[in-house]
Each structure stands twice: as C-alpha cells, then as structure tokens.
Design a protein around this ligand. Structure first.
Ligand code: MLT
Length: 322
C-alpha cells in the first residue's frame, strides 16, 4: 500500500513539474477589470506584448468590467489555478474593494501575488470650459457651485473614486460622483464637457492634456512627472500633502503551482526591464516599481500593508454601493 502511495505521489509531482515545464502551451489571458482604452487596459496591453515575447505564447487581454473592478477580479479568482488566467489590478481592485463590497472572495487568501507593476501618480483634471487656470482657482470654483460638481470615476472603490474621496477630504469640497466602467469612457465625457472633473491616473489624462482637450491643475505627488514637467505638484499648487500614487499588480488564482507563478513573475520583470517598454510606460507618466520590490512575496507584503492603511480610511468614508 505504501509503495502504491509513493508511486502515486511521484507521478503527481512529475505531473506538476511537467506542467510548469510545458507552461505555457496555449494562450494566456490577462483579465483587466476596467474598460478598454483606460489606464489599466493600456498598461496591460503594453506588458502583454512583451510577456508574449518572453514566453513564446499569445497573451490576450480581456476586459471584464463592473462594480469598481470587483467583477473582473472575481472572474480570475474562480479560474483554474493553471497560470492561464491572470488578474490585473491595483490599489482599488485588490485593496479598496475589500472594504466596500461583499466580494464573495478574499483578496489575500484567494489570490497568488505575481508581480508589482508601475505606479501612476494621480492628476487633477477638468473640462476646459471651467474658468480656472490654477488649482487655487479650481478649488474656489468648486466651492462656489450651487450644487456639487460632477466627478467621473470607474465605480465605487476604483482608483479614481478613492482619489476623489481623498480630494474631497483634503480640499474641503463636495463632489457628485458619476460612475463609468473605466476612466477610459469617463475621459470621453470629460473631453465632451459632460462632467466637470476627474482625479485620474496621469497615464490616462496625459494625452488629452497635451492635446489641449482638458485642463490639468496638479500631480498628487511631491515630485513632478518627467514627461509632463509643466504640471505642478499639489505641494507647489496649494494643496500640500495630497499625495496619492496608484500602484498596479498581477495576481493568479490561489493554488497556482509556485513554478508557474515564478515563470510569470520572471516574464513580467523581463518586460519591465526592457528599455523600449520602460520608455513607453514612462512616457505615460508611469513610475517603475523599486527593483527590490519585484518578487511575488514583495507584492503580497505590500498588498497587506496597503489593506491595513486604507481600509480604516475607506470604511470611515462609509461608501454606499447599490
Ligand atoms: C481604469 O483602467 O479605468 C482605471 O484603472 C480605473 C480606476 O481605477 O480609476
């Protein structure tokens, strides 16, 4: 009996080694929990192309949207733990949503961290019709409105929503949130003057700012963004300390074999070390993760630390979701 058990175990472990060795042997899908054309989608597609080159297998991007990104993350959580379904997410989807929604999954124990990705300083932008050319003038305009100005978000718990809550708190203004399935479609409405502002990811706004279709007031960081050095920081523009940077990451379903996690981690690091990819991402205003923060364990530890930091703040904001 003991011999049979050992033989069975040997076959099993041989099986998983074989699986990792043959991984990938068919297309991989990265689930982006927000609309196509937005900041998460843009970063995922740039990385997917390069990960494909490292792994020699097609890497698809699928947009599964809704509920501040929690629907797309749920899809990845329920996928087979075989490395073929990757969850793309960020501070909103893999931290904030746990303090807002009854998710039906656990952001820490139901997912395997793979790699920390670049982070995005946020940017305060408005439709160009608003009669303000500085952050101080924008704050005065916001406070002078008879009803709360409208702010586009990617849904409750999304990065643009958490940033909006934080902005209200620090600036002492009241906003009326208009939820979209991503800040891609929210940006279309800002350019069209349908909504007043977004506290957005710089990578999503920078193109429209450069084109003069929207107005930028400040970057929510202590240092300017190199590729948009004409935009002041909040410290320079009169809202000192309103610092928020939205970090992103990759996760896999719980139970995915370690060697497959390691293979995807290595492919993600390869992509981030590729000078052409770095240039593309930095041109969007994205900041590379620190070199000592690129292991799966580092992302796991960072996610837990961010949960400890943000949940009390978000719970205190008492966010209501339908
Ligand atoms: C998006 O890609 O639309 C964003 O990541 C949404 C957000 O969190 O604001």
């Amino acid at each position: 009996m003991r011999k049979i058990m050992l033989a069975a175990l040997a076959v099993l472990s041989l099986g998983s080694v074989a699986t990792a060795q043959n991984f990938p042997s068919r297309p991989i899908t990265i689930i982006v929990p927000f609309s196509a054309g937005g900041p998460s989608d843009a970063m995922a597609r740039i990385l997917a192309e390069r990960i494909k080159a490292t792994l020699g297998e097609t890497v698809l991007v699928e947009n599964v949207t809704g509920a501040g990104g929690s629907v797309g993350v749920g899809r990845a959580v329920r996928a087979a733990p075989d490395g073929y379904t990757i969850s793309f997410g960020h501070l909103g989807t893999h931290v904030a949503n746990g303090a807002i929604y009854k998710l039906g999954y656990d952001l820490v124990t139901d997912l395997e961290p793979v790699a920390l990705l670049p982070s995005n300083p946020m940017i305060i932008v408005s439709k160009k019709e608003i009669p303000a050319t500085s952050l101080k003038e924008l704050l005065a305009w916001l406070k002078a409105q008879p009803s709360p100005p409208t702010a586009g978000t990617a849904g409750a718990g999304s990065g643009s929503h958490i940033a909006g809550l934080y902005f209200e708190n620090v600036a002492g203004v009241k906003l009326q949130y208009v939820p979209y399935r991503g800040t891609g479609p929210a940006m279309n409405d800002l350019v069209a003057g349908q909504i007043d502002l977004i506290v957005d990811q710089t990578s999503n706004s920078i193109g429209q700012v450069r084109a003069g279709n929207i107005r930028a007031y400040a970057i929510t960081d202590s240092k300017r963004v190199e590729s948009a050095s004409d935009i002041p920081t909040v410290d320079e523009a009169g809202l000192p300390g309103f610092h928020m940077t939205l970090w992103s990451g990759l996760w896999l379903p719980k139970g995915t074999p370690n060697d497959i996690v390691a293979k995807l981690n290595a492919a993600a690091i390869d992509a981030l070390n590729d000078p052409a990819i770095r240039k593309q991402l930095e041109n969007l205003g994205l900041q590379m993760p620190p070199k000592d923060q690129l292991s799966p364990q580092a992302l796991g530890a960072w996610q837990k630390a961010e949960i400890a930091k943000w949940w009390p703040i978000i719970k205190a904001a008492n966010v209501k979701v339908e």
